[in-house]
Design a protein around this ligand. Structure first.
Ligand code: GDP
Ligand code: IMO
Ligand code: MG
Length: 436
């Protein structure tokens, strides 16, 4: 039995969907434990590209049970769209998927509040995905959210009326936005009743039975460690815990039910939305380094959000970020993705420390103003002109690429166990360590 948590360890979009889809055939269960439709996980199989928001990335495989845990927030409109997209593609998703009855629902007023709050913040906005994630988790923690199980509650109508008074006060009086009608909310609730209630189940019970039977479970994270509400670049973060520990609370399993933690990261760094990014080279405003490496990453890596289509900011690999992630998640192995994107660069850099007011920091500062003022300390390595796209044999790596990967292992204090060299399921090298 190997129960593995697979998580992003930068600012999201590290290639989790691809890696989870790839590992899924070795698994019996793939389970999502946090986040919601802010996630966009891309799976590429030949000509076919699938982007998933809520549904675990093992869904394309037969005989694998997909679970959506209680820590996840569910938008009925988007999840039903996802179900229909898969059904149209011939995937019997309703036979493969179970959803926790404890999942919180994202309702139209959550999206309206998300948009209105961002608009009110003006230049200081977080750059959320606009999917209502923050307001939904806020209602959950304030103990006024509506869960899937509550769709059957006799007092639901009363609770909704009461809640809409509060929500519309916030929207209209405080934020100057339009009110949300009860009718709009009812459409979402009816859809959830019709299409999602048939899929609800007691997820901890199902997982417990699988654990007893010795099944292999893959816990799939969304976002990345630097977007974690506690450990990330607060307040420029998402509203859930994205770290490996969240897999336990977000599904209802115990610490002994996890064997490995796979930390997924790109061979460089990207970020969508606002917030500190010490090694940033390039963004939509055109910020550029002398050798245009950031632009190269954005263009060759096709760095646009899978969910929102927004351009991603790009920069060098930041080992300070990955070291932080290795510590807070107990990462046991790294999966490095998008190595191929660095092909053709004359030199590649690795940030191995931060200098702040003349002093070298040992870890990521909690204060974003301090992080913003940090100067990256770089090691410069030779680039390579060879093509690594689609490479499956590690022995064929250009020497300079091997040197980069070895330095990543040394500086981050963790072995690389997988190397991704293209978007397709087939573009992968498995290895126990680059150094062996
Ligand atoms: P996720 O949110 O972590 O699942 O990542 P996304 O799907 O949002 O973004 C990753 C993007 O990179 C997707 O378009 C993937 O198809 C693509 N991708 C994943 N791994 C590789 C790789 O090794 N090389 C290249 N060139 N693209 C990759
Ligand atoms: P996956 O799972 C990249 C970012 C948003 C914003 C911040 C808060 O595909 O890696 P939210 O809508 O969650 O309140 O936005 O978090 N963000 C992501 N960035 N990948 C994601 O998911 C993200 N989910 C949220 O851009 O900066
Ligand atoms: Mg993504």
């Amino acid at each position: 039995m190997t129960n593995t948590v697979a998580i992003g360890i930068q600012w999201g979009d590290e290639g989790k969907g691809k890696i989870v889809d790839l590992l899924a055939p070795k698994m019996d269960v793939v389970a999502r434990f946090q986040g919601g439709p802010n996630a966009g996980h891309t799976l590429v199989i030949g000509e076919q590209k699938t982007v998933l928001n809520h549904i675990p990335s093992g869904i394309l495989h037969d005989n694998i049970l997909s679970l959506i845990g209680n820590g996840t927030v569910v938008d009925p409109f988007r999840l039903v769209e996802e179900l229909d997209m898969l059904l149209e593609a011939g995937i019997p998703v309703e036979q493969r998927l179970k959803i926790s009855d404890r999942c919180q629902l994202i309702l139209p007023y959550h999206r309206a509040l998300d948009a209105a709050r961002e608009a009110a913040k003006g230049k200081g906005k977080i750059g959320t995905t606009g999917r209502g994630i923050g307001p939904c988790y806020e209602d959950k923690t304030a103990r006024r959210g509506i869960r899937l199980v509550d769709l059957n509650a006799s007092n639901l109508d009363e609770r909704l009326d009461e809640h809409l008074k509060y929500v519309n006060f916030m929207l209209v009086e405080f934020l100057g936005a339009k009110a949300v009608s009860k009718a709009e909310v009812m459409v979402a609730l009816d859809l959830a009743r019709e299409r999602l209630l048939p899929l609800v189940a007691d997820i901890p019970l199902i997982l417990h039975q699988h654990i007893q039977a010795g099944s292999n479970i893959l816990y799939e994270g969304a976002q990345g460690s630097m977007l974690d509400v506690d450990h990330g670049t607060y307040p420029f973060v998402t509203s859930s815990n994205t770290v490996a520990g969240a897999a336990l609370a977000g599904l209802g399993v115990g610490p002994k039910d996890v064997d490995e933690v796979l930390g997924i990261c790109k061979a460089y760094t990207t970020r969508v939305g606002a917030g500190p990014f010490p090694t940033e080279l390039y963004n939509a405003d055109g910020m550029c380094d002398a050798k245009n490496a950031g632009k190269h990453m954005a263009e060759k890596g096709q760095e646009f959000g899978a969910t929102t289509g927004r351009p991603r900011r790009t920069g060098w690999f930041d080992a300070m970020v990955v070291q932080h992630a290795v510590r807070i998640n107990g990462v046991t192995g790294l999966a490095i993705t998008k190595l191929d994107v660095l092909d053709g660069l004359e030199e590649v850099k690795l940030c191995v420390g931060y200098s702040y007011q003349g002093e070298r920091l040992l870890s990521i500062p909690a204060d974003c103003a301090v992080l913003d003022a940090c100067e990256p300390i770089y090691e410069t390595l030779q680039g390579w002109s060879e093509n690594t796209f689609g490479l499956t044999d590690i022995t064929q790596l250009p020497a300079a690429a091997s040197v980069l990967l070895q330095r990543i292992e040394e500086v981050c204090g963790c072995n690389i166990t997988m190397l991704s060299t293209g978007p397709d399921r087939e573009h992968i090298c498995h290895l126990s360590s680059i150094n062996t």
